[in-house]
Design a protein around this ligand. Structure first.
Ligand code: HMG
Ligand code: MG
Length: 302
């Protein structure tokens, strides 16, 4: 089966990665990270999250981060916006894309955003409308599409249902998220097929966490279906505050190494991402979680 010749990698480390850090990461460190990622060549960086600081304290500096980064023309800097309060803040901060985030499982929706799936869609309606009015890109994330830490199995119909509702809201892109990293390749294809049944394939993305070490092979399985957008996190930063034990997103360095090996164009410089990973890992005082990043650093030191 032929694979796509080009993919878009959305770097989510500054948001999905750092939101889970217990230690406060100051705004200037986040700004430096985003600037390094911009220089590495990403077309889309998830830089901020305008959510309740009581729920996610680490994202409380989002306004400063958005104000401090050096923006490269053409690069989309995205921000999470669960409601109108978040939208207004993202708009004022100059986000190029706002992200509404729901779930395919009721239990996770309640824990993560404190409302049912149906209520969340109602909450997203004004956000979607406002995004369109202001000419902002609108993206939606569908959490727990492959399994839920609270309810376990998530039926394919639930994924299809939420994707269809996000489509009806006018989303430009929809992320199918493996919040707790439990998917395997055939499961990935089944869930992606359910999403493809409801939304254009070139607007669907795979957002894989790597808890069970399956993320790369799941990305490959999604590539086989023709999915061309993937999310990843520099140095494999992250986890999910509402999914105990879940580790970070698949590491960007690992995804880039695989794409390079497959001859799939990403537009991103792997060496520059390794440097960005080393920078943030050094700040956090630990070894990065990217196997590729660590291998390249070891080789350089060698
Ligand atoms: P709520 O408590 O149900 O809402 O929160 P509320 O409207 O009753 O507001 C309560 C308080 O929050 C009020 O403050 C509001 O002002 C404040 P108080 O009067 O008590 O001082 N508030 C806000 N403050 C700042 N920005 C806002 C905002 N909205 C309300 N936008 C809410 C509902 C969704 C806001 C809350 O539950 C929340 O912020 N949850 C955090 C969810 C979150 O950020 N989760 C992590 C990101 S999702 C993720 O990581 C998954 C993803 O990566 C994909 C995957 O892997 O699955 C995307
Ligand atoms: Mg995530």
């Amino acid at each position: 089966m032929s694979l796509p010749s080009k993919v878009k990698i959305v770097e989510v480390g500054p948001r999905d990665g750092l939101q889970n850090e217990k230690e406060n990461v100051p705004a200037d460190v986040k700004i430096e990270l985003v600037n390094r990622l911009t220089a590495a060549g990403f077309a889309n960086i998830e830089a901020a999250s305008f959510v309740s600081p009581k729920w996610i304290p680490q994202m409380a500096t989002s306004r400063e981060v958005m104000a401090g980064i050096v923006r490269k023309p053409g690069v989309i800097y995205s921000a999470l916006t669960p409601n109108m309060q978040g939208f207004e803040a993202a708009l004022a901060a100059g986000a190029g894309e706002v992200v509404i985030f729901g779930a395919a499982s009721e239990a996770f929706s309640q824990r993560n955003i404190n409302c049912s799936i149906a209520e969340s869609i109602t909450r997203f309606e004004p956000v979607a409308k406002a995004a369109k009015e202001h000419g902002l890109r609108l993206r939606a994330s569908v959490s727990t599409a492959f399994g839920c830490p609270y309810q376990g199995e998530v039926p394919l119909e639930s994924v299809a249902y939420v994707v269809a509702r996000m489509r009806d809201l006018g989303c430009d892109e929809i992320d199918i998220a493996d919040t707790i990293g439990v998917a395997t390749p055939r499961k990935t294809q089944a869930v992606m097929q359910a999403a493809i049944g409801e939304f254009r394939i070139d607007g669907l993305s795979g957002h894989f966490h790597d808890t069970y070490g399956q993320a790369l092979v799941n990305i490959y399985a999604a590539l086989e279906l023709g999915i061309t957008i993937f999310h990843s996190s520099v140095a494999g930063l992250g986890g999910c505050p509402y999914a105990k034990g879940a580790t970070g997103n698949v590491a960007t360095e690992d995804v880039l190494y695989m794409m390079n090996g497959l001859g799939i164009e990403t537009g991103v410089d792997l060496d520059a991402v390794v440097d960005a990973g080393a920078f943030i890992s050094q700040f956090l005082g630990r070894k990065g979680a990217s196997r590729v990043g660590n291998a390249i650093l070891a080789k350089r030191a060698g």
